[in-house]
Design a protein around this ligand. Sequence first.
Ligand code: NAD
Ligand code: UDX
Length: 458
Amino acid sequence: MKLKKNILCIGAGYVGAPTMAMIACKCPDYKVTVVDINAARIDAWNSDRLPIYEPGLEEIIGKTRGKNLFFSRDIEEGIRQNDIIFVSVNTPTKTFGTGAGMAADLQYVEKTARQILEYSESSKIVIEKSTLPVKTAQAMERILSSGKGNITFEVLSNPEFMAEGTAISDLEHPDRVLIGSHETPEGLKARARLVDIYARWVAPEKILTTNLWSSELSKLVANAFLAQRVSSINSVSALCEKTDANISEVARAVGLDSRIGAKFLKAGVGFGGSCFKKDILNLVYLCQYYGLPEVADYWESVVKINEYQQDRFIANILGSMFSTLAGKKIGILGFAFKADTGDTRESPAIYITRKLLSEHAHVVISDPKALENAMIDLACEEGQISYVEDPYRAAAGCHALAIMTDWEIYRKLDYRRIYKSMVKPAFIFDGRNIVDHRKCFEIGFNVYPIGKPALCHF
Ligand code: NAD
Ligand code: UDX
């Protein structure tokens, strides 16, 4: 098919690359180019070993790469040749200066806007795909309009709601696509061009259009609401452990209320991932900035409960293992922040491992997809750490296992075989409530779930 139209995406990360692969797949008449300053990442996207693991990603890249999907290091050429540009660069929490530890670090977004301005030879639609604080489009516009000549830029907001591990199906069947624009003739015209792209595979009633600021803010709020549900159920798990109530039963009873719904009510060791904490803190910072301290405190408590949940988990390990972990071998089953991804950003496993090392435990880390990232995360840690992909080999000789990721394989392990290979008394701390606790107890383990009575032999 002849490629009649062009799209560029700046940023070939967890969002940029899968999103563009889906657009390329659904719009075969578009030439989609993804560029990045990270040359190694672009090379990996062009190789047989993709830089991220995501179910279904290899297949969709296989169908499109080299046909109408291209990964390139040439940002300048990319900007020159494309008039629709998605910006999907990272927006981490600021680590320095005003707002450190809370505000979004917008340096990458700003650099991208300056690059677009510098290399553009024609008017463009610039689409914010990154998650940004409300009003960022205004800053983008100011930079983009500081140039010369009669080139114009129309900024749209099109936040991404996909979750890792399910990115491909989320992109193919989104609950909604959100597009924010100015309600000017130029804004509406740009918006219509973006709507046309999504309309190739998304039903019209699922394509929501709003003003720019509602769109930017909705993304932060959606993540805050999701994380708030996880913190709510985790806070209740602490009460369950004190009262012999069972968190799975409570979550089911509560979630069957159609006004509440069942999703995101799974108690665990705490939420991780590159988005929840960062985006809530960004929201907290915005509330403080706009003089709304009560609102800021409300949302900050979601992050505090998440930290509390991880501290509770560690305190539980230490308390049940006779208040000393020194010299004991603890197996960490799962290092990714959730199942079906190799991503470890903000994974609770990082914090838990650090705490175990500070108690002088020997930590054995196992994960089917995240060991490379785990090694990077823990490169500066002192203490005894081993990395063993096979869970049976990882568990052998351990005093305890801590399940950190809800990988399906951990549900199905032969825990009798594992028990035999471990030091007795053997412990399981199930940070994701995924194993059959009663069965493991009957095998001989002392079992500590989240939000349920512990099953202990002494
Ligand atoms: P990422 O770190 O995986 O990818 C960002 C990429 O942008 C990196 O490869 C980086 O090298 C590149 N980059 C930075 N500055 C650049 C520049 N000036 N020119 C070219 N490339 C540049 O990040 P991600 O997880 O893909 O997230 C991107 C954005 O999407 C963030 O704002 C994030 O909050 C948001 N988001 C992420 C998810 C998710 O699940 N990861 C979901 C929804 C939204
Ligand atoms: C999240 C949002 O879901 C997505 O819409 C947004 O675009 C990016 O941020 P992601 O972080 O990839 O996606 O995964 P998500 O499924 O939301 O899980 C986040 C964390 O919450 C994980 O650590 C997960 O284990 C935890 N979680 C989730 C729970 O502990 N319990 C739950 O019930 C659900």
